[in-house]
Design a protein around this ligand. Structure first.
Ligand SMILES: [Zn+2]
Length: 435
């Protein structure tokens, strides 16, 4: 490395290329490069090929010392000297730059890592790199797909979580579209995502899995969705079904919310507004009773006294607390007593929403109590759902389910990223050493 170009090549770090010129302008560093292959043989007949012409191809690379970098590859076209040879002419290629894209391989891998591992928006990276949205998405597809489809990514699973998230909000053409997330509750990772939340969707996914893998699953935790309960048959009927606490409590919370909205409407003639007494306490109503301090408790009671003339919402709140009580104990027998108390209390109520909650509890009694026997919880599913929402928010909604699945699995699916070796650490200088 005794001349200037040797230094430039060391900085470029792209095997098989030499630097011709480096030009810097305000927006980017432009580096003219060519391959070091000055002599090549014909792929068909092996004779030494003749250089025909060149074409310049613009390629975006990783930023160079904080400045966007563009490579201009003076790509050679070669010609076989034998006029009868089938090879005729061909353009040179490099493993560092795939012919289908305008990104170097390393820039594509980095873009994929930013989008997948860090859930960064594709559009932001496209802007940063100065390439199109689809170029970045293609890189995520090219480098991310193999990580997601890697058979080693999902190992044996004993506790499976099944949970829905919304994929596309309702619009004039379709109602809300849901997807089903399949989660390894022990390893805390997303196994897969399936379009739809119907029994057939879950069943179809199960049918595609290795029967031995399915047989090893001992517990399945779901929310209180009839479709999932039905979808577990026949492939997962051997596993114990558990309704996880988070979703059970959520059903009770929804009951409270429903009553609040209706009572608000009945008494005030409109939906919740900021100054409405019940709207003001909507969050206190959903908090666990044991978590309310004196002040919170007083505010809630005051709101109920003013806004709930027939004690309907109070009844809903008590029903919700009776559901939470089921999880105060770890003892299966005590839990059975508590759930039966909750079911009986709901059944005896005049309020329609509360009776409906009682019916749901009765229908899922076995699965709810199974929680106390297996100790399986969908807690991890909820943590993952937050990550899924992060991916969704960053992408400002998705239109393609396959893109969505890819990006969610890259972010939450426990993929093994090709880790760059960490460089030697540069230590912080001690304040006294310069003296
Ligand atoms: Zn030839």
């Amino acid at each position: 490395m005794d001349d200037g170009t040797g230094l430039a090549e060391a900085l470029l770090g792209l095997a098989g290329f030499r630097v011709l010129t480096v030009v810097e302008d305000v927006l980017e560093v432009v580096i003219d490069v060519e391959t070091i292959a000055d002599f090549v043989g014909c792929g068909a007949c092996g004779r030494r090929a003749e250089a025909q012409d060149r074409m310049a191809v613009d390629i975006r690379d990783l930023a160079c010392f904080g400045r966007p970098a563009r490579l201009v590859w003076r790509k050679r076209r070669w010609r076989c000297v034998d006029a009868d040879c089938d090879a005729k002419t061909w353009t040179e290629t490099s493993p560092s730059v795939s012919a289908r894209t305008v990104l170097t391989r390393r820039a594509g891998i980095e873009a994929c890592r930013q989008v997948g591992m860090n859930a960064r928006p594709v559009a932001g990276l496209a802007r940063e790199l100065g390439v199109s949205w689809s170029t970045v998405m293609d890189a995520v597809e090219e480098h991310g797909r193999p990580l997601v489809e890697d058979p080693e990514r999902v190992g044996p699973v004993t506790t499976l979580g099944v949970d829905e998230t919304s994929f596309l909000a309702a619009n004039p053409r379709h109602s809300t579209i849901y997807v089903t997330g399949l989660v390894d509750l022990t390893a805390h990772k997303m196994i897969d995502m399936v379009e739809g939340n119907r029994a057939v969707d879950l069943r179809r996914w199960c049918a595609e899995q290795d029967p031995a893998w399915l047989a090893a699953i001992t517990t399945v935790a779901t929310d209180l969705a009839e479709s999932y309960r039905a979808g577990l048959d026949p492939h997962l009927s051997h596993a114990q079904r558990v309704a996880d606490p988070f979703h059970v409590v959520r059903v009770a919370n929804r009951c409270v919310d429903r009553i609040r909205r209706r009572v608000q409407n009945d008494t005030l003639g409109h939906r919740g507004r900021r100054e409405d007494p019940l709207y003001k306490i909507r969050k206190l109503l959903l908090a666990g009773g044991e978590r309310l301090n004196d002040r919170g408790g007083d505010r809630m009671l005051l709101g109920l006294r003013v806004g709930d003339p027939h004690d309907e919402l109070l009844g809903g709140w008590l029903a919700k607390e009776s559901v939470r009580d089921i999880y105060l104990t770890d003892d299966p027998e005590e839990a059975a007593v508590l759930i039966d108390k909750a079911i009986a209390g709901c059944a005896a109520d005049d309020v329609e929403e509360i009776r409906s909650l009682g019916k749901t509890l009765a229908s899922w009694r076995t699965e709810i109590l199974a929680r106390h026997e297996t100790n399986a919880s969908n807690g991890p599913t909820e943590g993952l759902n937050l990550l899924v929402k992060k991916v969704k928010r960053c992408a400002h909604g998705f239109r393609s389910f396959e893109n969505y699945r890819l990006r969610v699995l890259l972010h939450t699916g426990g993929v093994t990223w090709p880790t760059p070796a960490s460089p030697p650490r540069i230590r912080t200088r001690s304040p006294h050493s310069d003296a």
